[in-house]
Write a protein that binds this ligand. Structure first.
Ligand code: TXA
Ligand code: MG
Length: 331
C-alpha cells in the first residue's frame, strides 16, 4: 500500500486536524465511504481536491459539519423539512442541499446557489471534525469515474497523488454514498438514493420526496456512468445469467461474476463472488466487490440483478451506473 496511511489513533486525528488547518488534504473514513477532506474555507485547499481526484472544478463538494447547530453557518435558510430530516437522521448518511450562506466558497458549491451539508456519524469523522473545529469539504476519495473507496487501501491505490494523511478506520459500514435530498420551493427532491430509504424520509416528512428532474440542482454523481469499473459490466436477471453460464464452454472469454442467488457452476473458472444477505449487507461490500471483479482483468463482469424492491433502490442505482459503459464525462 502506498502513501501516508495511518491508523486513526487520537494522536493521528489531532495531527490530521493540524494538517487540514495548514491547507493540506486528509482522507478519512465516514460511515458511508472514505472522504478526501480539505478546510472548506480555504479555496486553495478545496481546489487541490479536484486536482487529486482529476475531477472537473465546477462540481460541488459536500461540507461535513460536527453539529446540527452549524447548519446556520453554511445555509442561509433551513426549510421545515430540512430541519426535520437533520433532526431525524443526523448524525448519519444523509446530505441536505440548502441555499448557501454568502460566505461559502464558490469552489465548494461549484458556483451554484446551494451548498451540500452532512453531519457524519462515524466516530473518527466526528473526532476529526471536533479536533479541526470547522467544516470539512470532502467528496468521495476516489479518482474521477472510479468507484468510491470503502477502505484506506482503496484510497491509497486510487488517487493520483497521496493526500498528506489517510486516516485508516477500517472498512465503512454503509458502503455506498449518502442519500441526498434537495428542496425546491420547500418540496423535497431525492437527488441520490442511499442508506436512508425513501420510506424513512417519507415517514419524517409526511410525504415522499420527488424524483430528480432537470430543474433540480446538478449532482455530478448522476452523470450516467459514475461508479464504473474498467471492465465492461452488465446486469443480468438470474435466468439470463444462468443461460450465459451454461454456454461457458463454447465461449473463449474470461468472466467475473457477482452472484446473489446463483450457485457457482462446477466448470466456472473465473472470479466468482457470492454476495448473500439483504440490501444493507450487499451495499456494504459492493464497491470492494466491484474492485475485486475489476482486478480479475476478465473480458466481462456479469452481475446478477438485485430485487426490484424499494429496499434495494440505492444498490440498483449504483449497479445501473456501474454497467452503463464507457463515458469520459463521469465523476
Ligand atoms: O456519503 C457521502 O456523501 C460521501 C462521504 C465522503 O460523505 N461523499 C460523497 O461526495 O459521496 P461526492 O462528492 O463523491 O458526491 C456528492 C454528490 C456529488 O455528486 C455532488 O455533485 C453533489 O453531491 N453535491 C454536493 N454539493 C452539492 C450542491 N451544492 N448542489 C447539488 N449537488 C451537490
Ligand atoms: Mg463520489
Amino acid at each position: 500500500m502506498s502513501g501516508n496511511v495511518v491508523s486513526a489513533s487520537a494522536i493521528a486525528i489531532d495531527e490530521a486536524a493540524r494538517l487540514l488547518a495548514g491547507g493540506e488534504l486528509v482522507a478519512f473514513p465516514t460511515e458511508t465511504v472514505y472522504g478526501l477532506g480539505a478546510d472548506a474555507t480555504n479555496d486553495e485547499a478545496v481546489r487541490r481536491i479536484f486536482a487529486v481526484k482529476g475531477r472537473p472544478a465546477d462540481h460541488p463538494v459536500i461540507v461535513h459539519i460536527a453539529n446540527r447547530n452549524d447548519l446556520g453557518k453554511w445555509a442561509r435558510a433551513v426549510s421545515k423539512g430540512a430541519a426535520q430530516l437533520a433532526e431525524a437522521f443526523w448524525p448519519g448518511p444523509l446530505t441536505l442541499i440548502l441555499p448557501r450562506a454568502s460566505t461559502v466558497l464558490d469552489q465548494v458549491t461549484g458556483g451554484q446557489d446551494n451548498v451540500g451539508l452532512r453531519m457524519p456519524s462515524h466516530s473518527i469523522a466526528r473526532a476529526l471534525l471536533n479536533a479541526f473545529g470547522g467544516g470539512i469539504a470532502a467528496p468521495s476519495a476516489n479518482r474521477f469515474g472510479h468507484v468510491s473507496p470503502t477502505t484506506a487501501a482503496h484510497v491509497a491505490a486510487d488517487l493520483r497523488e497521496a493526500p498528506a494523511m489517510i486516516l485508516d478506520g477500517g472498512p465503512c459500514d454503509v458502503g455506498i454514498e449518502s442519500t441526498i435530498v434537495a428542496f425546491r420551493n420547500d418540496e423535497p427532491v431525492l437527488l441520490r438514493p442511499g442508506a436512508i430509504s425513501v420510506a424513512e424520509l417519507a415517514q419524517v416528512l409526511g410525504r415522499s420526496p420527488l424524483p430528480p428532474d432537470a430543474a433540480a440542482p446538478r449532482v455530478s454523481g448522476s452523470l450516467t456512468s459514475h461508479y464504473a469499473p474498467r471492465t465492461p459490466a452488465s446486469l443480468l436477471k438470474s435466468d439470463a445469467l444462468r443461460a450465459e453460464l451454461a454456454q461457458l464452454t463454447e465461449r473463449d472469454e474470461q468472466l467475473a461474476v457477482l452472484a446473489r442467488t446463483l450457485e457457482r457452476p462446477a466448470d466456472f473458472e473465473g472470479v466468482w463472488i457470492a454476495a448473500r444477505g439483504d440490501a444493507a449487507e450487499f451495499a456494504r461490500d459492493l464497491y470492494a466487490n466491484l474492485r475485486a471483479l475489476d482486478a480479475a482483468n476478465a473480458d466481462a463482469i456479469l452481475i446478477e440483478t438485485p430485487p426490484d424492491d424499494p429496499a434495494w433502490l440505492a444498490v440498483r442505482d449504483r449497479l445501473t451506473r456501474a454497467t452503463q459503459g464507457e463515458d469520459d464525462d463521469r465523476d
